[in-house]
Design a protein around this ligand. Sequence first.
Ligand code: SIN
Ligand code: MN
Length: 205
Amino acid sequence: MEIYPGTIHLNSYLTLDEQVALVRRCNSIGSGPAGFYTPAVRGGAYMRIQMVCLGRHWNAKTYKYEATRSDYDGLPVQELPADLKDLARRVAAEAGMNIEPDICLLNCYPEAGRLGLHQDKDERPETIEAGIPVVSISLGDSAKFLIGGTRRKDPVKTIVLESGDGIVMGGPSRLRYHGVSGILSDTAPRELNIQGRFNLNFRQY
Ligand code: SIN
Ligand code: MN
């Protein structure tokens, strides 16, 4: 479903089996070396989510990508596995767009997790200008996802992102403000055995 030109919501994109496999994957990525941590932003406040970056590390203090987690423990960032790249390419193609993903931010939301309105604009200017999309996949509990315009004060629409959904924001939607205002507890499919939510957020640097 097209939410705005360039914002495509793919409801129930993943099968339940695919979701189960991906949740396992997220758990193992997050519990390994250079796994989940709680980023602290510039003023020192902690984000309300845990994160692991694959491919390139997003530094929450400088808003820049880097090879090591210099704002946290200095460990080298984990690689972005080929099958996850393929998944992001497939989701983008389903929305009629193309991406050559080299970054994935894996976000983990506890039941009280949220993420303030922001733009994704730390990738190369060429990538952003070309409208190459950000590709997002949701797993676990549903989230209230807000998406507005290119100014923070623009009106926002609220979409519920359910487990297995994809959302692609590219072309004229590449710089829309978006965020997560809340998690709907106990809405994850029981088979996933998860409390809270994972979001796989793919980008091309
Ligand atoms: C993000 O914008 O980085 C994450 C969005 C989401 O969790 O759905
Ligand atoms: Mn974002």
